[in-house]
Design a protein around this ligand. Structure first.
Ligand code: 1GP
Length: 252
């Protein structure tokens, strides 16, 4: 079985950017998911993330099994709560909300669910999860009961990411929250990217391929798009081109 984290490190080493499509199990039906998978296979989607802050339905397993039956694109769980674990996935982002000061999301929920997560047999990827203000309250900022980092405080984001990395977190995921009005600024991405070695995931409110491209140029290793693709799945092709095209080395 492939090791997802090693694949991310390998890509980073080769300055290859990754495109992630976030699938909210509540936002898809079997037929819309099939369409999404087919569009993802036509261009290039590197990974699927599955999960979200609120998953109301209980068809997480079915969604992942459907993806697995149709394609080889790796599925990584992005759990909003400890109940969002599925043995059918390839890996799990083991998130600690290091931008917040809610002990439950830093360590409490991890303790309660640890034996069950371990038993899943999934590849566990310790991830420093940093929520940045997205211009208006997002589901994650409300549900987490923790203040997001103000969008113009690059140094707080940078210090938070550094601390997470020194604590042993293998990925840094900076998120403005799903459907954020304002995505994370390129200058914040740059401050973090220049100071940490862990692969950097950026998401939240990215609707435009130009922004996805600029995020990569600023130092994002992985760009996650959810809402925009849920609304218009044909955006997958343009997003994929913008993200993968940004890897081309330009000598200035
Ligand atoms: C949310 O980063 C993801 O956790 C994606 O956000 O749905 O706004 O693309 P969007």
């Amino acid at each position: 079985k492939m090791n997802i984290y090693n694949s991310l490190l390998e890509k980073k080493k080769n300055a290859q950017k990754s495109f992630v499509v976030l699938i909210d199990p509540d936002g898809v039906t079997a037929s819309s998911l099939e369409k999404l998978i087919q569009l993802s296979l036509k261009t290039r989607v590197d990974y699927f993330f599955v999960g979200g802050s609120l998953v109301i339905s209980n068809h997480l397993d079915e969604v992942i099994q459907q993806i697995k039956a149709s394609c080889d694109i790796p599925v990584i769980l992005f759990p909003g709560s400890p109940s969002q674990v599925s043995k059918y996935a390839d890996a799990l982002l083991y998130l600690s909300l290091i931008s917040g000061r809610n002990p439950e999301l830093l360590i409490g929920q991890h303790v309660v669910s640890a034996p069950f997560v371990k038993k899943s047999g999934l590849e566990i990827i310790p991830t420093g999860y940093i929520v940045v203000d997205g211009g208006a309250p997002t589901t994650v900022s409300y549900i987490s009961n923790a203040a997001p980092i103000p969008s113009d405080k690059n140094e707080i984001a940078m210090c938070t990411a550094l601390a997470g990395e020194m604590l042993g977190m293998k990925l840094i995921y900076m998120d403005a929250g799903s459907g954020a009005k304002i995505p994370i600024s390129e200058s914040m991405i740059q401050s973090v990217a220049q100071n940490v070695e862990a692969p950097l995931i950026i998401g939240g409110g990215i609707t435009d391929p130009e922004k996805a491209y600029l995020n990569c140029r600023a130092g994002a290793d992985v760009v996650v798009i959810g809402n925009a693709i849920e609304k218009d799945p044909t955006l997958i092709a343009e997003m994929s081109q913008a993200i993968h095209g940004s890897s081309i080395k330009v000598n200035l």
